[in-house]
Design a binder for this molecule. Structure first.
Ligand SMILES: NC(=O)C1=CN([C@@H]2O[C@H](COP(=O)(O)OP(=O)(O)OC[C@H]3O[C@@H](n4cnc5c(N)ncnc54)[C@H](OP(=O)(O)O)[C@@H]3O)[C@@H](O)[C@H]2O)C=CC1
Ligand SMILES: CC(=O)[C@](C)(O)C(=O)O
Ligand SMILES: [Mg+2]
Ligand SMILES: [Mg+2]
Length: 319
């Protein structure tokens, strides 16, 4: 397994200090690597990064002379950032990294031909990538190489993945496979699928007159406890831990909720990702000032489930 030693003695730059940025920068920093964080002038994250012990510079300065540059600004901000701050400052033969294939796969960034291009995509939210690393374990990562002029870009990608993810596992992929599966997973299962499932369950109980606090514990809070068992030991072990009553209900009812129609809808979602329709619409939304997203954010933050949730979390986590 390629070790983190391929990064030793190299100047590593992480552009952005958000969810993924702080995790990549701090995990590699903790492992003794030479990390600089690149931020825009006046960034609200500047002080935070410095307090966390990493070097900080404006993006252009941080990129100049760096051996590896990992772009961890939001996907929609990357093309302009690349063109205005990164492209002219990247040294020839540098390694340019991404944590998601979006901008390469949908051809929104075409990197200079004299740089290596790779991806390390942790299969987890940045705050968990950091928290699990601090706990001594790691989040697995996907790794891919898009351009390999130095003939060792795979070693750099694996070293980066092994550093950020504490060597718990790296799977080889392509920019296309990562982009399409990641977008599909977050929309249909992990984020869109799960939140709507919890919401529909909560609403069904509340509309039937049950106590919203009971509905919240049942349909939201306990989700993590059940999923933690799947995460650690698999479906069978989870089903072994729940009652036979629950297990029978699981087999009988799951398929009434996630039906053939749900699977057909998933196929449609995947098609829209594959043909670039989702990407096009997302970019239009960002260019439109995030109008739809801001409306959704406002609606959800005013919702009953969030109101009850904040009360229930106070009860559970203040002990
Ligand atoms: N979120 C996640 O857990 C995951 C994300 N990814 C991928 O990682 C990448 C980063 O995503 P994520 O961590 O969510 O991003 P964030 O939204 O958390 O990134 C915010 C950071 O980017 C900086 N930033 C934003 N706009 C600009 C700009 N125009 N110029 C310079 N810096 C800017 C912000 O600066 P400031 O501090 O000044 O506001 C901040 O430091 C994406 O490619 C994403 O798909 C992959 C796996 C999971
Ligand atoms: C956290 C993660 O893996 C996601 C859901 O794909 C993302 O934040 O883009
Ligand atoms: Mg993902
Ligand atoms: Mg994603």
């Amino acid at each position: 397994m390629e070790e983190i030693k391929f990064l030793e003695g190299k100047r590593l730059t992480v552009v952005g200090y958000g969810s993924q940025g702080h995790a990549h920068a701090l995990n590699l920093h903790d492992l003794g690597m030479d990390v600089t964080v690149g931020l825009r002038q006046g960034s609200k994250s500047w002080e935070k990064a410095e307090n966390d012990g990493v070097k900080v510079a404006v993006v252009g300065e941080a990129v100049k002379g760096a051996d590896v540059v990992m772009i961890l600004a939001p996907d929609e901000a990357q093309p302009e950032l690349y063109r205005s701050e990164i492209e002219e400052n990247l040294k020839s033969g540098a390694y340019l990294g991404f944590a998601h294939g979006f901008n390469i796969h949908y051809e929104r960034i075409t990197p200079r031909e004299d740089v290596n291009v790779f991806m390390v995509a942790p299969k987890g939210p940045g705050h968990m990538v950091r928290e699990i690393f601090e706990g001594g374990h790691g989040v697995p990562c996907l790794a891919a190489v898009h351009n390999d002029i130095s003939e060792d870009t795979r070693d750099i990608a694996h070293a980066w993945a092994n550093g950020v993810g504490r060597r718990v596992g790296v799977i080889e992929t392509t920019f296309k496979e990562e982009t399409e599966t990641d977008l599909f997973g977050e929309q249909a299962v992990l984020c869109g699928g799960v939140t709507e499932l919890m919401q529909a369950g909560f609403d069904t109980l509340v509309e039937a007159g049950y106590n919203p606090e009971v509905a919240y514990f049942e349909c939201v809070h306990e989700m993590k406890l059940i999923i933690d068992m799947v995460y650690e030991k698999g479906f069978a072990a989870m089903r072994d831990s729940i009652s036979n009553t629950a297990e029978y209900g699981d087999y009988i009812t799951g398929k009434k909720i996630i039906t053939k129609e749900s699977k057909e809808a998933m196929k449609g979602v995947l098609k829209d990702i594959q043909r670039g329709k989702f990407a096009k619409e997302f970019i239009e939304e960002t260019e439109n000032g995030y109008k739809f997203m801001n409306k959704e954010r406002a609606e959800y933050s005013d919702s009953k489930i969030e109101e009850v949730g904040s009360k229930m979390r106070k009860m559970v986590f203040s002990k």
